[in-house]
Design a protein around this ligand. Structure first.
Ligand code: ACO
Length: 427
């Protein structure tokens, strides 16, 4: 592509600059399109629209590449830790040992939540979906940290970011404990970020909690795999909410709300439910046929992705992690057999090949999380813990961008033209 793009409207031609990033497609800068031509662009679902400039995460969907600050996700999942990836996303570079120790300590010092926050949980029904609780409680954090947060001050932004990353596991574990009627556990700052979360979730005050290092590692890896994914729906929601200067905790609550949907973070819950419904490998054909039937709204959950059209690199790591966890726990879950066989059948089916539909990160994550002991309703909550890192890093990047302005899309209006109001008696 050259360094400009021309648009002809009636007899006039307009020229727009083309910008190149460090990787990926160039972009046509159409910011002046409306003022110069009176036209909007029409792109529902933002299939061709870059909404911002970002240096955090790069995805090449065709090649199945995912990089955080340039580092491939496979290397991070294999060699790094979730806390180190959090540092990387927030600060741009991998930390030195001293920087990392300081960062871990800082996060650890923020793991407790205000004691009064406990009262908020009691207002929820016991059978409330934990994502509903997460939306409410994280939104409520804005009431605890409102006056102290000046988002124009980078230092205060970083404190708010550290608080959100640190408190999210505590809030999530409390949502779980509330649902099952067990007492909340305070954080244990001697444990790792992930170990502490597992203890707060599965431990009880009456007994010492024994942390299994294989499960801790698998959970940490799942967090790494979900940490950021450039301008996905929930991240774009956080950016849009944040673009008005809103309180950062409220912005993250909006991201949680968006993540909950089955087309996004809710897919891992939906994928496991689907595998359970299939139950045995002999019923796979029936579900493949349903997925291909245009009259049937059913889709293979955990399959397909807006961006990955070759394979999802996170799904590969997730499949290996599933094998590790099931072997360690000695779990012989028939659902894993169904998943593996369904994957093979779908990958060899013309419909899925032609539409470039591959397993996404959610396809195997449910199998692992279920083996660890999480109920399906907690799956998206775990995703939210991890993605909080991406959300706060993207939010920080947006606020510090000199070109940042309130997000305000346009529309193609197809409603009635102007007409006069008719009083109710005359209608
Ligand atoms: N099963 C069956 N058919 C599918 C599936 C699927 N899982 N996904 C897409 N298709 C078909 C669609 O019917 C459509 O067919 P058509 O061209 O004949 O109309 C075609 O493939 C393209 O689908 P779109 O929905 O247009 O693709 P899009 O990029 O908008 O959607 C999405 C991506 C939402 C992820 C979709 O693949 C889907 O619904 N998958 C199941 C839900 C899921 O697993 N979501 C998790 C995403 S990953 C994440 O959020 C972490």
């Amino acid at each position: 592509m050259g360094d400009s793009a021309k648009i002809s409207v009636n007899d006039s031609e307009y020229e727009y600059g083309v910008h190149s990033g460090s990787c990926g497609p160039d972009v046509v800068d159409i910011r002046k399109l409306y003022s110069e031509t009176g036209l909007f662009t029409f792109d529902p679902g933002f299939k061709s629209t870059a909404s911002c400039e970002s240096g955090l995460t790069y995805i090449d969907g065709g090649q199945g590449i995912l990089l955080h600050r340039g580092y491939p996700i496979e290397q991070l999942a294999e060699q790094s830790s979730f806390m180190e990836v959090a540092y990387l996303l927030l600060n741009g570079e991998l930390p030195s040992s001293k920087e990392f120790a300081d960062f871990e300590r800082t996060i650890t010092l923020h793991t407790m939540v205000h004691e009064q926050l406990k009262e908020l949980y009691r207002g929820f029904r016991r059978d409330a979906h934990p994502m509903a609780i997460m939306c409410g409680v994280v939104g409520a954090l804005s009431a605890f940290y409102h006056d102290s947060t000046d988002i124009t001050d980078p230092e205060q932004r970083m404190i708010a970011s550290h608080r959100m990353i640190a408190k999210m596991p505590t809030i999530a574990a409390m949502a779980y404990k509330y649902a099952i009627g067990q007492p909340f556990l305070y954080p244990d700052n001697d444990l790792s970020y992930t170990g502490n979360f597992l203890r707060m979730t599965f431990g009880v005050p009456a007994e010492e909690y024994e942390l299994d290092p294989v499960i801790e590692k698998a959970m940490d890896r799942i967090f790494i795999l979900h940490a950021d994914h450039e301008q996905n729906a929930s991240t774009s929601t956080v950016r849009l909410a944040g673009s008005s200067g809103a309180n950062p905790f409220a912005c993250i609550a909006s991201g949680i709300a968006c993540l909950w949907g089955p087309a996004h973070g809710g897919a891992n819950e939906a994928a496991l439910n689907m595998l359970r419904e299939i139950g045995t490998p002999d019923r796979i054909g029936e579900y493949i046929d349903r997925a291909k039937d245009k009259e049937d709204p059913f889709r293979l959950m955990g399959f397909g992705h807006r961006v990955y059209k070759n394979f999802d690199p996170r799904a590969k790591v997730m499949k290996e992690t599933a094998t590790d966890v099931l072997n360690t726990l000695g779990v012989d879950d028939p659902i894993f057999d169904v998943a593996r066989e369904l994957e093979q059948i779908a990958l060899n089916d013309e419909y899925f090949i032609e539409k470039k539909l591959y397993p996404n990160v959610d396809f195997y994550s449910g199998v692992i999380l279920s083996a660890i002991g999480f109920p399906t309703t907690m799956f998206t909550v775990l995703f939210a813990i991890a993605r909080t890192v991406g959300w706060v890093a993207q939010w920080n990047e947006m606020i510090s961008d000199p070109d940042q302005t309130i997000g305000r899309p346009r529309q193609l209006y197809t409603g009635p033209e102007q007409r006069d109001y008719v009083p109710v008696g005359s209608r």
